[in-house]
Design a binder for this molecule. Structure first.
Ligand code: NAP
Length: 214
């Protein structure tokens, strides 16, 4: 796949490096040319002009600070249709890490700003340093993802699997707010002095009968 990463920070570098290792062609862009050059070198990616990104890739992964989300999307022309038809994976956490307060929504904002893009919420919950998963496959992190476009969900699932994770499609893009709230929940549990790993129930889906929706 041709993967464009919007952002040059910690997450962009962690994911980008692993996708290069998995055989993807990775382009990176951002607002600061020096940061773009440095990140591209670290990742083994191609530095790209922001305005070109959309025309050169199948997927754009958004890995920027919540406060800069719209500005970053505008940089790549998303508001002018430059990402129309492109899979856009939003990894943003619209969360105050100190308090767990959710400041978003983020993915909805991406969908509103990036005209015609096929938006998926994914990869916001686990730290970049969680990857690659090298333990037993049946214990690999489950990355809950959501979106309205089946092809975009497939592409995102492939990228998750290339990190060693398991993708769990939990619904359409309307579920993104809940996934973003989950990040706030995680930070609130951390703030209480506990590991969020132990703050959710151990549920075997095979043993739990949930009535079908609708
Ligand atoms: N780090 C993780 O493990 C992790 C895991 C999951 C999700 N996330 C989420 O991923 C996003 C990035 O996190 P990070 O840890 O990589 O942060 P980071 O290292 O601080 O990098 C932030 C990136 O956002 C860019 N940015 C900030 N304001 C911008 C603006 N106004 N316009 C354009 N670009 C702007 C920065 O550009 P400059 O370099 O020019 O400042 C930089 O490339 C956040 O939303 C975070 O919640 C992070």
């Amino acid at each position: 796949m041709n993967v464009g990463i919007l952002g040059t920070g910690n997450l962009a570098r962690a994911l980008g490096r692993l996708w290069v290792d998995a055989g993807h062609s990775v382009l990176v862009t951002g607002r600061d040319p020096a940061h773009v050059a440095e990140a591209a070198e670290k990742i083994g990616a191609v530095p790209a002009e922001s305005a070109d990104l959309g025309s050169r890739v199948d997927v754009v992964v958004v890995a920027v600070a919540w406060s800069g989300l719209v500005e970053a999307l505008t940089l790549v022309g998303a508001d002018r249709g430059a990402l129309a038809g492109t899979t856009v994976v939003d990894c943003t956490n619209p969360v105050d890490y100190a308090t767990g307060e959710v400041l978003g929504p983020a993915a909805e904002l991406v969908a509103r700003t990036a005209t015609g893009a096929r938006v998926v919420k994914a990869l916001h919950l686990f730290a970049g340093a969680s990857w690659p998963w090298t333990g037993p496959a049946e214990q690999a992190p489950v990355v809950a993802i959501c979106g309205d476009d089946p092809e975009a969900l497939d592409r995102t699932s492939t990228l998750v699997e290339d990190l060693g994770g398991r993708a769990g499609v939990v619904g359409g893009l309307g579920a993104a707010r809940q996934l973003e709230e989950a990040a706030g929940f995680v930070m609130r549990v951390v703030g209480s002095g506990h590991n969020p790993r132990f703050a959710v129930p151990d549920v075997d889906p095979a043993l739990l009968r949930v009535p079908a929706a609708g």
